[in-house]
Design a protein around this ligand. Sequence first.
Ligand code: 13P
Ligand code: SF4
Length: 301
Amino acid sequence: MTVTEEIHALKKERDAVILAHYYAEPGVQEVADYVGDSFYLSRVAVGLSEQTIVFCGVAFMGESAKILNPEKTVLMPDLGADCPMAHMADAGMIRRMREQYEDLAVVCYINSTAELKKHSDVCVTSANAVKIVRALPNRKIFFIPDRNLARYVARQVPEKHFLFNEGYCPVHEKIQIQELLKAKAEHPEAIVLSHPECAEKVLEQSDHIGSTSEIIGYASKSACEEFIVCTEKGVRWKLEKDNPGKRFYFTDTEPVCRDMKLNTPDKILHVLKTGENEVEVDAGLQELSKKPLERMLELGK
Ligand code: 13P
Ligand code: SF4
């Protein structure tokens, strides 16, 4: 049997389902039952009938799936796959902000630890952040951890007063404006599609800004045939699969999230065989960090 055949057979045996983010390698996306952006995957995770979820993403994704489904077993192909940005804020700072400002909502990007979620009022993803921030009754918003997504949302919701935190995604921030300008000069007809985690200079040069699903959706609907894509290169697989004939370019230094690439078909097979790499979240933490995630699912509908 091939690895793929073994995975399919074991999935049935274990009553398991595989979720993967668009940044995972093509072989992982191919074998997954559901592939999508963070918002899509967290919504999918709450409606599954299978007892075991194999989450091919990074730690905060597996953790969120477990928090939303405490009765299920959540396995990750590699427990070392983490998002550095998820740790770039701290509870002390949240406390100080709450003391200093009345009428403050702490808005927590889902790319964060469960501990940070616990201290927040609502979670958001890049796909729903504008909608959710707009819907909040509070005028002051402390947005953690990502400064770039925060700045992008603040522009879309000028009626709110934003307080920023200095977190960032090392993969998206590394996308160089000079390389984007070079790609634009080489492909003058191309539409630039960017993830809001990119630096401001990159976003200023973009035609459309959105989550990974929104980038893929935009390219599929567009009559244009050429695109420069400013996000992790894993999206290329889906973009090309859905759009034969269209051309997708990345900056010369292709953005790669090493943590997402720790997920492989062999490791999926291993966890299905052994049940190893179970995601554990302390019961108390689970209870408290569930509220902002559920509020996101409610407001983001
Ligand atoms: P999405 O919200 O598009 O899934 O992005 C998640 C992420 O980690 C981006 O770096
Ligand atoms: Fe985190 Fe950036 Fe990797 Fe997304 S691409 S998981 S934000 S490090």
